[in-house]
Design a protein around this ligand. Structure first.
Ligand code: NAD
Length: 431
């Protein structure tokens, strides 16, 4: 089959790499720099396994700056462009519509469009209308939400926990099956487009609500002197609960959870539904970071000015370089407001963080982890990158002026933190 993938980010490029093992794939992205990088075999994604796969199947991959030629030869088009937060939290569909306009313009007759971007229920109808206005009744649309997790994108696409496909007319799912060729043991749910869309939002909102739930428990644990990690173990052994996604922390970020929660809340409101769970999930998340930073400030008696603070981990989780909606922004802004001397460190994400945040008078970017920690008054840990997890107590003692550590990811066992002052989430402070 000939396929065009529109949008070559986390979702699009990883799908392209997977599909190039089986088909001929054209890749189009609006960002010409990405097309140049791909043509020069430069990896801007940093997702394990993706680059080698792109190289291995390079004969099946062509990257283009204009999509018309690719579309005129493609039987299937994957749309994997962003769907960011729009006005009042509603989804901004403009990139999807823009990509789809190219399909209307240049796509083959009866082309199948597979929407892998996260879109709210009803988006398929908007696209159908867009096609009808241009007399393209022949274009078939399926909604196939992507459930990958950054840091293991290829693994998730190669062996998904399930595939959900929303079709208007039964039979189209057969084309999707022959496109992805998943083994028969992978659950394959065929449903209507609105249900497929809602399944994606329900999945992300549920996962986010698990995080907020355990974070609220961590606040109570802190107040009563309990240990949240033991609570996590104690509830996680219940098979109805399980251990996954109940790890307390400084609050979630990323390109998906925050905007998807808001889009679902907007949708609920449109239908006179309160969306109280969604509200609570978002409010607890904000509160969790604020409380954490209040603890840092209180520990320094609100005398933050000119204190050297090491901020370790800028991406929203250690396994990705993606900094979108990372908690690090809020943490650094809070410290900058107090005129702290901030030394931010992230082995892989500094460049992207700098691109979004730029320079601030009181913010320096450390190239080495040791430079960030050297002579610091306080260290704040924000993600679980390997090099941060690998730090030893002796490193904090050796390098810092005063070894006071605020661990927003509970990376260490307090019992092992002898000789330093160790604050974490939902656990008694080790002094
Ligand atoms: P991304 O920002 O990493 O990549 C999107 C790409 O699309 C960018 O390279 C951008 O330049 C390009 N683009 C923008 N407008 C375009 C257009 N009109 N035509 C062609 N290219 C265009 O985004 P992503 O993380 O891959 O997410 C894409 C979609 O998939 C979103 O709807 C997101 O919610 C969803 N999703 C993301 C993840 C994730 O973990 N990142 C997981 C599941 C679903």
């Amino acid at each position: 089959m000939n396929i065009t993938v529109m949008g070559l980010g986390y979702v699009g490029l990883t799908n392209a790499a997977y599909l190039a093992q089986i088909h001929s794939v054209w890749g189009f992205d609006k960002d010409i720099a990405k097309i140049h990088d791909l043509n020069n075999q430069i990896d801007y994604l940093n997702e394990p396994g993706v680059s080698p796969l792109l190289k291995k199947h390079s004969k099946n991959l062509v990257y283009v700056e204009a999509p018309s030629q690719a579309l005129s030869q493609s039987d299937v088009v994957l749309i994997a462009v962003p769907t960011p937060e729009g006005k009042d939290g509603q989804i901004d569909l403009s990139a999807v519509e823009e990509a789809f306009a190219h399909v209307i313009e240049s796509g083959k007759k009866d082309v199948l469009v597979v929407v892998r971007s996260t879109v709210t229920p009803g988006a398929d109808q908007a696209l159908i209308q867009q096609a009808l206005v241009k007399n393209r009744k022949d274009i078939q649309i399926v909604i196939m939400p992507e459930f990958l997790s950054q840091g293991e994108a290829l693994k998730n696409i190669t062996s998904p926990s399930r595939v959900v496909v929303g079709v208007h007319q039964l039979g189209l799912e057969k084309k999707v099956k022959s496109l992805f060729r998943y083994p028969s043991n992978i659950p394959f749910l065929i449903t209507d487009p609105s249900t497929a869309s809602l399944t994606k939002y329900a999945a992300n909102s549920f996962l986010a609500s698990k995080v907020s739930f355990i974070n609220e428990m961590s606040q109570i644990a802190e107040a009563v002197g309990a240990d949240i990690q033991d609570v996590v173990k104690g509830i996680g052994y219940d098979p109805r609960i399980g251990h996954q996604f109940i790890q307390p922390g400084v609050g979630f970020g990323g390109s998906c959870f925050p905007k998807d929660l808001k889009a679902l809340k907007y949708l609920a409101t449109q239908h006179q539904i309160k969306g109280s769970m969604l509200d609570a999930t978002m409010a607890i998340n904000q509160d969790q970071t604020t409380r954490f930073m209040n603890r840092v400030m209180a520990r320094l008696n609100y005398q933050i000015k000119q204190k050297k603070i090491a901020v370790l981990g800028l991406s929203y989780k250690g396994s990705t370089t993606d900094v979108r909606n990372s908690t690090a922004f809020k943490v650094i802004d809070t410290l900058a407001d107090q005129q702290a001397l901030i030394f931010a460190y992230d082995k892989k994400a500094t460049f992207d963080f700098f691109n979004l945040r730029g320079e601030k008078p009181c913010l320096a970017y450390a190239i080495e982890l040791e430079d960030a920690l050297k002579d610091a008054d306080v260290a704040i840990i924000l993600n679980d990158a390997k090099e941060i997890k690998n730090l030893k107590v002796s490193d904090f003692i050796r390098l810092m002026k005063t070894p006071i550590v605020f661990d927003g990811r509970n990376l260490f066992d307090p019992k092992t933190m002898q000789g330093i002052e160790y604050h974490s989430i939902g656990r008694p402070t080790k002094k």
